[in-house]
Design a protein around this ligand. Sequence first.
Ligand SMILES: Nc1ncnc2c1ncn2[C@@H]1O[C@H](COP(=O)(O)OP(=O)(O)OP(=O)(O)O)[C@@H](O)[C@H]1O
Ligand SMILES: [Mg+2]
Length: 351
Amino acid sequence: MINNQIYRQGFVLRVNPFLKHLAQAHFLTQPMAQFTGLRLSAVDQGRETGVNVAGVGARDPDVVLERSFPSPFGFLKATLSCEQIPRSAGRKTLNIMLIFLAVIVLMGLFAIYQSTRSIFELSERRSEFVSSVTHELKTPLTNIRMYIEMLEQGIARTAEREQEYYRILDSEGARLSRLINNVLELSKLEQKQRHIDLQPGNFEDVIREVQTVMAEKIKQEGYVLTAETRIVGPFRYDREVMLQVLINLIENSMKFGKSAPRREIGIRTRQAKDGVKISVSDTGPGIPRQDLKKVFEDFYRVENSLTRTTRGTGIGLALVKKFVRLMGGSVAAANNEGPGCTITITLPGQS
Ligand SMILES: Nc1ncnc2c1ncn2[C@@H]1O[C@H](COP(=O)(O)OP(=O)(O)OP(=O)(O)O)[C@@H](O)[C@H]1O
Ligand SMILES: [Mg+2]
């Protein structure tokens, strides 16, 4: 290179105009020229001359790219620099899409985690259920055998004692048959073999029948069962199913409310906008807030001293929910303002 001119293969190249031309023709028209700087130079025998700068110069560049060229432009060197790539509208959209994608991926992962967890929980609960049903079947059977033997051997010396043994036999037998009935109903429902017969009827009759069926046990346990029935519009239900539902709810109230100072259970019916509401409330310990929904799951029993000291398999409320759904309604549990809880069933009214 002599006097800023390069002599190659019979051509004379004036360095500065040549570099300027290169920059203008090939760089300044590029969108990247708005935020990058280009330094073109000609290098000859280690000496760098004819420096040219185009685009936006970067004083403290974050990114620097250097490039040399193949023959016959081996003497050329280009250095591209930029401080920061500016945020463009497209980049903003891309970022939003990335966030959106990340949220979808996270939601997917969470759903997978939840379903795996519930599968594990359900299988754990199923095996707990099998062992508790076995236990629940064995206990009344052992009691029945024991009391029959005692009666046979004449251990009950007085007539009152004998009556007492018969009463225990009766209640253990009833418990056994209710448990077997619940298990059978659950399996029929699972296999979709349970058909229901929805009929309009006088619901007060159903309540009266429940009161009669439960009267003896309620009296023995020292409870008071009251019924408050307001006039409700016509609605359809399966009589047998409603009896089972109410008996399960009353049994729960009696089973879990033994240590309550007041032993009161109330059945109420009333008309609401979304249908007919039938509720069973008690004055017992209530249900922990976080379990109000879970108690309707199959085999679910609240983890507390109450369930450790009472017998049960966790199918009563699961059955209630399945039955109510079959009748086209819904069921929910809530704690009372005072002591106890209320289970409310809503059945569609007939227009
Ligand atoms: N009236 C109530 N008061 C307090 N806790 C209740 C009441 N009813 C239900 N629960 C809670 O909800 C759980 C589920 O009730 P559910 O009737 O399904 O099972 P269970 O009564 O324990 O067993 P099963 O009904 O099969 O004999 C109970 O274990 C208990 O922890
Ligand atoms: Mg129960």
